[in-house]
Design a protein around this ligand. Structure first.
Ligand SMILES: NC(=O)c1ccc[n+]([C@@H]2O[C@H](COP(=O)([O-])OP(=O)(O)OC[C@H]3O[C@@H](n4cnc5c(N)ncnc54)[C@H](OP(=O)(O)O)[C@@H]3O)[C@@H](O)[C@H]2O)c1
Length: 375
């Protein structure tokens, strides 16, 4: 029996209970792995695995429930006390800054750095061959690459968007400078292969940076193909996507069993459900996270029209509501890159600015959510 267990048993005897639960909590060898049954906070283990260490702030637990044990905890605390919250928000994200000023984060599986602001193409790049309608997307892509941003996300679901990205990339001489991501969105192995071959042609590449299974359509079948494609060097990374909370249980399954490099999921200042399990799980499994629908398809701007930014937004170098919403997302440590969509160069400039300067801390994040949700 370790020293803390002996001390605790003594004080538990005085109180008249067994003290076994807290002994587990206190034991330095146990590294604060409390039994969920005796713990006052609901266990939010991201993976839900039985017996997994629930990471909490032991001081808080002890102060609330067992004031006398604070002394014991202080004496017996391990060399590096854990401060990881159960929702994975132990700290805001760590980033590196490129010479361009844009923050980058590593893809967990390989360490390859990715700029934290990318570009979505749903609707905005579905402009067909009309030269006039291509002006906006062309300028956006030019500006994007000039800013050293890289991740461009598309899908065969987005009409002509893949072809527009492919054409403009060639026209602007950006071959090899972007990180091109697209998706497979059909049922069946053969149809999937056919669609992915088509996407490579439209995007004008032999090897795609990231191929994702769109909205989890027939994901087990496609991931099998994609693992083979990865071996053959036809894709560099593979992943799955969705945009709705109803799909989170299935996304969790894909994270646990799919051997994927990327998860793409919706997460915004008003849709934070991914924080509960998915984002911590992605972190735990070393999976990169792309965030879609950061502005809820643009709907959040209508809510904020006419409202001034809070003065403290300047403390993390934020000068617009778009940056406010993107910096909120980027301050989550599981997030690798956010992919807002626009065909307006001014908006692209604004969005890219969110990838520069500071990020909000934990207290500010709470305030930010309150502003948008009115809580
Ligand atoms: N299941 C999936 O895989 C899935 C699902 C949804 C989305 N996605 C991906 O995620 C990307 C982003 O999501 P989304 O396109 O649905 O919505 P979003 O990025 O949340 O919102 C896009 C809207 O925001 C506006 N906007 C962008 N920057 C702005 C700024 N600085 N100021 C004011 N307005 C601004 C755009 O209008 P303007 O054009 O006027 O700037 C556009 O209407 C998609 O394009 C797609 O690539 C994937």
């Amino acid at each position: 029996m370790c020293c803390c267990r002996r001390v605790w048993r003594k004080s538990a005897a005085k109180r008249g209970d067994s003290g076994s639960g807290l002994a587990r909590t206190l034991c330095p060898e146990g590294r604060f792995a409390p039994d969920a049954r005796v713990h006052p906070f609901p266990p939010q283990s991201p993976s839900g695995d039985a017996g997994e260490v629930l990471r909490i702030q032991p001081e808080v637990f002890l102060r609330r429930r067992y004031p006398a044990a604070v002394v014991v905890y202080t004496l017996c605390r391990p060399a590096r006390p854990m401060a990881v919250r159960a929702d994975g928000m132990d700290r805001v994200a760590e980033v590196t800054v490129e010479p361009s000023g844009l923050m980058v984060r590593p893809i967990p599986g390989t360490g390859e750095p990715l700029p934290v602001v990318g570009l979505g193409t749903s609707r905005t790049f579905d402009v067909g061959r009309d030269p006039a309608r291509r002006t906006g997307p062309r300028e956006v892509l030019r500006l994007f690459a000039q800013s050293a941003a890289r991740v461009v996300d598309s899908s065969p679901m987005y009409g002509s968007a893949e072809a527009v990205v492919g054409d403009l990339t060639q026209e602007l001489g950006l071959g090899g400078r972007l990180f091109l991501a697209t998706k497979v969105w059909v049922q069946g192995r053969d149809e999937g292969v056919r669609q992915m071959e088509e996407s490579l042609k439209r995007l004008r590449v032999n090897c795609l940076d990231l191929m994702q299974v769109h909205n989890l359509v027939d994901w087990m079948t496609h991931l099998k193909t994609l693992r083979a494609w990865k071996e053959q060097g036809r894709v560099r990374y593979i992943g799955v996507t969705h945009y709705s909370e109803s799909a989170y249980p299935e996304l969790e399954r894909a994270l646990k069993t799919g051997d994927i490099d990327f998860l793409q999921v919706n997460y915004s200042i008003v849709s934070t459900a991914a924080e509960r399990r998915l984002l911590p799980l992605a972190r735990e499994r070393g999976v990169a996270v792309l965030v879609n629908r950061p502005f809820e398809e643009g709907g959040l701007f209508a809510r904020l029209r006419g409202r001034p930014l809070p003065p403290w937004a300047t403390q993390f170098d934020c000068s617009s509501w778009a940056q406010f919403m993107l910096k909120f997302i980027l301050s989550h440590p599981a997030v690798t890159c956010v992919i807002p969509a626009t065909d307006k160069p001014d908006h692209a400039r604004d969005d890219l600015q969110a990838g520069r300067g500071g990020l909000p801390d934990m207290a500010r994040r709470t305030q930010m959510v309150r502003i948008l949700t009115g809580v």
